[in-house]
Design a protein. Structure first.
Length: 221
């Protein structure tokens, strides 16, 4: 015969009749951009692009980290005067240039004959020499005018491809130029205007020496 279990004299715990609030989660907030920092960052970014400098090259020349330069250009930090001074020196401009108001600004760039800046473009093809003929920092359009000269050992190259519109005008020589699936013979005085997102470039060099003016138009980010 089983024994009956006596009831416990202690009260039995019961589940609470209310729900506990969920544990608090940390909210992630994006850093706020100050208007001054944003303007300074915009100036630095525009100057760097105008000089055809990569972010890594400018960061190294200015003795700042690549991540710091990126945050400065994005307006996410307020850099010290020392950092700004180093960046200004690397860009070859006075420190005050960063604080100029660009909203109503208009620029004019004059380059005397033979005084353009010879630049090493990223991914440049051997034998293609680029002379930058000017740059503007105002407005939303980014314009790159170059005099391109092909050295005696330069070879045809048809894999150029980049954003923007490109204008090309032959100055000397004669080439067969490819744009997508089309080819055109260009001589002195001939010109092209096209969307540069398609593959393009010199398909054949018919007569040397070859030189042409090219202007690339893109929108600033």
């Amino acid at each position: 015969m089983s024994k009956r279990t006596a009831p416990s004299p202690f009260p039995t715990a019961s589940a609470p009749k209310f729900k506990l609030p969920p544990p608090a989660t940390a909210k992630t907030t994006r850093p706020k951009r100050s208007s001054t920092s944003a303007k300074v960052g915009t100036q630095i970014h525009a100057l760097r692009l105008a000089l055809n400098l990569s972010a890594s090259a400018l960061a190294q020349s200015a003795s700042v980290s690549r991540s710091m330069l990126s945050r400065v250009e994005s307006g996410l930090v307020s850099p010290s005067i020392e950092v700004l001074d180093n960046i200004a020196a690397a860009l070859g401009v006075p420190l005050s240039r960063f604080f100029g108001d660009q909203v109503d600004r208009t620029d004019c760039s004059f380059v005397p004959a033979g005084k353009g800046i010879f630049v090493e473009r990223v991914g440049a093809v051997a034998g293609y020499r680029y002379e930058l003929l000017g740059h503007l920092l105002s407005g939303n359009a980014f314009v790159e005018p170059y005099m391109v000269t092909l050295a005696d050992d330069a070879q045809p190259y048809t894999a150029f491809q980049h954003p923007g519109l490109k204008f090309l005008r032959m100055v000397s020589g004669k080439v067969r130029y490819r744009y997508g699936s089309r080819t055109m013979d260009l001589a002195v005085g001939d010109s092209l205007l096209f969307d540069a997102k398609a593959l393009h470039g010199v398909d054949d060099i018919i007569e040397r020496p070859v030189a042409y003016l090219t202007v690339v138009f893109t929108l600033r980010e």
